[in-house]
Design a protein around this ligand. Structure first.
Ligand code: SF4
Length: 370
């Protein structure tokens, strides 16, 4: 992956400031297969007429490859202990905030609460702390979750291959891992201390998981931390690399934008709605079969507008605090602010009104191994 990324960045640097003409962009948009230079050019488009053409193409490709379906899931934060000094995060070790972790009984209360909302697919999240949420703790949380939900994924610290293997055996199917920024220099400046400083180990995480029997991996940057177009480009190529290497796995992209987490951190870049939308459309057009996830960080109107164009998976009714579904009410202690605070049933209604079908699970338990 490191070599692939290096070569891709060479292509990026050749076209970094190249804004294609209207006609050239249209030529790219009628191609069946795009190359890396086409992708950079699409990411540089500014003309809104072209973005509308991109949206039409993206909608067709999404329907052709995924049908009219939106998968719904929810994050479940079980611990906010973290050893890392990420400058931008509400759970950072730099921050003096109350730390807590859920024990089994509390987890079950949270899970029941989510299940009552109709959620059947969860992502178990922790901060990154091998002492306060060690592997056995994560494994036991997953083994409780697989009893409640059809689909259990994790967004925890990068694990070792044998650890992913153990989780796959108990029924965990997916991993989400954000590289935060693919630009190594900025990565080093943003991550002051802790195991997360190891850029390469993090970058290779989805491969370790997919090798061992995980079915899904979702990757992406945290937009705003570094040059957004460049990070979107690298993330799309990261997904492409994983799709080529693990053709039976489902690879998704997510492009969260930085949201305030009461840390005082000011991102270097602000990513407008127009840029954000363009990144999603470019991802869909370059990789017609990649899953595209949109979280509740984004506002309701934007999520609704994008759901029948390029989105395949949405979080719904999310809380980003430990114990947020049943007990903790102080949302200021969350990992970041959310914007779309509608309930699961409200989101389901919008999906149906748009002529789409809400789905609550992607995998049927116990059927086939990849
Ligand atoms: S981003 Fe993740 S690793 Fe960094 S401080 Fe937040 S929880 Fe910890």
């Amino acid at each position: 992956m490191m070599e692939y990324l290096k070569e891709a960045l060479e292509v990026y640097s050749q076209y970094e400031n190249y804004i294609p003409s209207f006609d050239e962009a249209r030529e790219i948009l009628i191609k069946e297969f795009l190359d890396k230079s086409d992708l950079v050019k699409l990411l540089n488009i500014e003309d809104e007429r072209l973005i509308r053409i991109m949206a039409k193409k993206a909608k067709k490709l999404t329907e052709a490859n995924f049908g009219k379906v939106i998968m719904l899931f929810a994050p479940l934060y079980i611990s906010n202990f973290c050893q890392n000094g990420c400058t931008y995060c509400g759970f950072s070790n730099l921050k003096n905030c109350p730390r807590e972790r859920l024990e089994r009984e509390q987890m079950e209360i949270e899970m029941k609460s989510l299940k009552d909302e109709g959620i059947d697919s969860v992502i178990i999240l922790t901060g990154e702390d091998r002492v306060n949420s060690d592997f056995e703790y994560i494994k036991s949380a997953c083994s409780v979750a697989v009893d409640y939900f059809s689909e259990v994924s994790i967004e925890v610290y990068p694990l070792l291959e044998n650890e992913y293997e153990e989780l796959a055996k108990i029924g965990v199917v997916g991993i989400t891992i954000y590289q935060e920024t693919y630009q190594k220099d900025d990565y080093e400046k943003l991550h002051l201390f802790g195991p997360k400083k190891d850029y390469e180990f993090r970058l290779l995480t989805p491969e370790r998981a997919l090798k061992t029997g995980f079915h899904e991996a979702c990757v992406g940057p945290l937009l705003g931390l570094s040059h957004p177009e460049k990070d979107a480009f690298c993330a799309i190529l990261h997904a492409e690399y994983l799709m080529n290497k693990f053709p039976k796995a489902e690879i998704s992209l997510s492009f969260p934008r930085f949201r305030d987490a009461n840390t005082g951190f000011k991102p270097s870049y602000l990513v407008s709605d127009k840029e954000y939308i363009k990144f999603l459309l470019a991802a869909r057009i370059y990789l017609p079969r990649v899953g595209i996830v949109i979280s509740t960080r984004e506002r309701a109107a934007l999520r609704d507008a994008l759901m029948d164009i390029c989105i395949t998976k949405m979080s719904a009714g999310s809380k980003t605090t430990v114990g947020g579904y049943a007990t903790s009410k102080d949302e200021k202690l969350g990992q970041f602010e959310i914007d779309d605070s509608r309930s699961v049933s409200e989101i389901v209604n919008v999906i149906i009104q748009k002529g789409l079908r809400p789905e609550f699970t992607n995998w049927v338990k116990g059927v086939g191994k990849l």
